[in-house]
Design a protein around this ligand. Sequence first.
Ligand code: MN
Length: 239
Amino acid sequence: MPRPWIGITTARSAPTGSRDRLAAMESYAQAIRLAGGIPIFITPMADEDAADELLLRLDGVVLSGGGDVDPARYHQAPGPRLDEVDERRDSFEFGLASRAIAGATPLLGICRGIQVVNVALGGSLIQDIPSQHPGALDHEQGASQPGQLSHRVAIEQRGQLAQIYGIGEAQVNSYHHQAVGDLAPGLVSTALAPDAVIEAVEFPEHPFAVAVQWHPERLLERPESQRLFEALVRAAAKG
Ligand code: MN
């Protein structure tokens, strides 16, 4: 049987902000290969039909990490800690996320990806955890070696994440200054950091729509991380 094709979104970046290069960590591709899928990096497209056409051919989607979502998408003014936003990437990923949810295409959101899923479905974000979430842990571990851990998460018993991880809590890495704020209608929170920051969400009325705030692709030596990608690829193979 041919391996499922898993699209992985990319960022447009350059040191000067000219956005003339695509950027993506190879570890996403490695994670998909190890799980038995074929990784396909996709560029953000301005064309409105692109997401529909891609989803006719892709068996699953990974929404990858990256910069901040434009707060106008969730009806907030930009705060002082907001990073540079990329309207084209937002627009493309919002289209891809909402269509994958509506069309039952398996979807895994990672870091920025959990934020895109939540906002695409009508939720909001905490624009800056350190300045807006009293008592917050340090969620920005900075440049570090793959495999480095930052904090634990408590995993809710309901949902697919608990089945995949097989344990009530996990140690995760953390490379984010934003987080899910108000949950979108239909999404449920399935993991919390000790400071109550939402670290995973799922869309229960869907074959596989899971998003996590950490980076499992940088923790592939951990079996539970491998199982998360395997669950995506398995769902994609059925579709
Ligand atoms: Mn975190």
